[in-house]
Ligand binder design. Structure first.
Ligand code: GLU
Length: 305
C-alpha cells in the first residue's frame, strides 16, 4: 500500500479589503479538498503590505470564514511576524550573488523600455513590464557588502542556471491554467526573456509576495496550493525560488475565477459581492456555496485532488 500523503491546503488572503464571493470559493475549495482527504486546512494572513493591511479587515476575515463553517489550527500564520525569516533567505541569495539592489521606479523602467510610445507595449511578464536591467551591474554585491536596505531583484538568468543545472523546472497541476494547462507543467526555459529580474524585496516591505509565499508554504508544510487561475503564471517563479532555496514544490491546483454578471473578475473593491453584504441580507453559508457552485456538503469527490 502506498503511504497516504497528509494533505495540507491553505487559504492566504491579504487583509486589504472585504472578502467577496471569489475569496469564499477559494477558501471553501481549499477547505473541502483537505477535509475530503482527512487533511488539514490552514489560514495565512498575507499582511506584508503594511500600507494597505488593516486590523479590521483581518478581524473580518476570521469572522467571515468562521461564519462559512471553516476552521483551521489557531493562530493563523501572519506574514508580518515572519520578516526575519524572509531576511535570512535574502541574505543567502545575496551571499550567492543572485540579487542586486535596484533604485528604479516604475517610470524609470518604462522609460528604459522606451514605453509608452504610440502603439508600443513593453514586454510583459507575470509581474508587469520585464525589467530592462538598468541596475543589474551597479547594484551587485561586492565582497563584504551587507544586505542593502533597498529594493532587491533576482538575477534571473543566473538563478535559472543554478536551479536547473540538474533538472528542468516543473510542477504538478491538478486544476488548470488559463489555457487549460494541467498535469505536469514544464516551465519554459529562458526566464530572462519571459519573466525578467523580479523584485524579491520591496524597499518598504523587506520582502515580496513571491518570496514570502514560497517560504511560508514550505514552513507550513502545505502539500497542495489551491488558488485562483490568475496566479498560474506566477507559479514558475515560485518553483524557481523553491529550487534555489532547497524547498519542496507542492502540488498546485489553480481554480476558476468567480466573475460578476458582466464576466469581470471580482475585485476587493466589488463591495456589492462582499460576503458581509450577503450575510447582512440573510444569506446562509449554503446559499454562498450554491452561488459559487460548490456542493453544500463538505465532501466533494476525492478525485478533485
Ligand atoms: N495573498 C494572495 C491574494 O490575496 C494569495 C496568494 C496565494 O494564494 O498564493 O491574492
Amino acid at each position: 500500500m502506498s503511504p497516504r500523503v497528509n494533505v495540507v491546503t491553505r487559504f492566504a488572503p491579504s487583509p486589504t479589503g472585504p472578502l467577496h464571493l471569489g475569496h469564499a470559493y477559494s477558501a471553501m475549495l481549499a477547505h473541502d479538498m483537505a477535509k475530503a482527504q482527512g487533511g488539514t486546512f490552514l489560514l495565512r494572513i498575507e499582511d506584508i503590505d503594511r500600507s494597505r493591511a488593516r486590523p479590521e479587515w483581518e478581524a473580518q476575515i476570521y469572522d467571515d470564514l468562521r461564519w462559512l463553517g471553516l476552521s483551521w489550527p489557531e493562530p493563523a500564520l501572519r506574514q508580518s511576524d515572519r520578516l526575519p525569516t524572509y531576511r535570512a533567505a535574502l541574505e543567502r541569495l545575496w551571499q550567492h550573488d543572485l540579487l542586486f539592489a535596484c533604485s528604479c521606479n516604475r517610470r524609470d523602467i518604462l522609460d528604459a523600455l522606451g514605453a509608452p510610445q504610440e502603439g508600443t507595449a513593453p514586454p510583459m511578464g507575470p509581474d508587469g513590464p520585464i525589467y530592462p536591467g538598468t541596475c543589474r551591474e551597479t547594484g551587485r554585491r561586492h565582497p563584504g557588502d551587507p544586505l542593502p536596505e533597498e529594493a532587491l531583484r533576482l538575477r534571473i538568468d543566473m538563478a535559472e542556471r543554478a536551479a536547473t543545472a540538474e533538472t528542468p523546472l516543473s510542477f504538478t497541476e491538478t486544476g488548470a491554467g488559463p489555457d487549460g494547462e494541467t498535469d505536469t507543467i514544464r516551465v519554459a526555459p529562458d526566464l530572462a526573456a519571459t519573466v525578467g529580474d523580479i523584485v524579491l524585496a520591496r524597499r518598504d516591505m523587506g520582502t515580496s509576495y513571491h518570496l514570502a509565499v514560497v517560504l511560508d508554504d514550505a514552513a507550513q508544510g502545505v502539500t497542495h496550493v489551491t488558488r485562483g487561475r490568475d496566479l498560474f503564471e506566477a507559479t514558475q517563479i515560485h518553483v524557481l525560488l523553491q529550487r534555489l532555496l532547497g524547498l519542496p514544490t507542492p502540488v498546485y491546483h489553480h481554480h476558476r475565477l468567480i466573475r460578476d454578471d458582466t464576466g469581470k473578475r471580482l475585485a476587493k473593491r466589488d463591495d456589492a459581492r462582499a460576503l458581509a453584504k450577503y450575510r447582512a441580507e440573510g444569506a446562509t453559508p449554503d446559499d454562498i456555496r450554491r452561488l459559487v457552485g460548490l456542493p453544500t456538503s463538505w465532501h466533494p469527490p476525492a478525485s478533485s485532488l
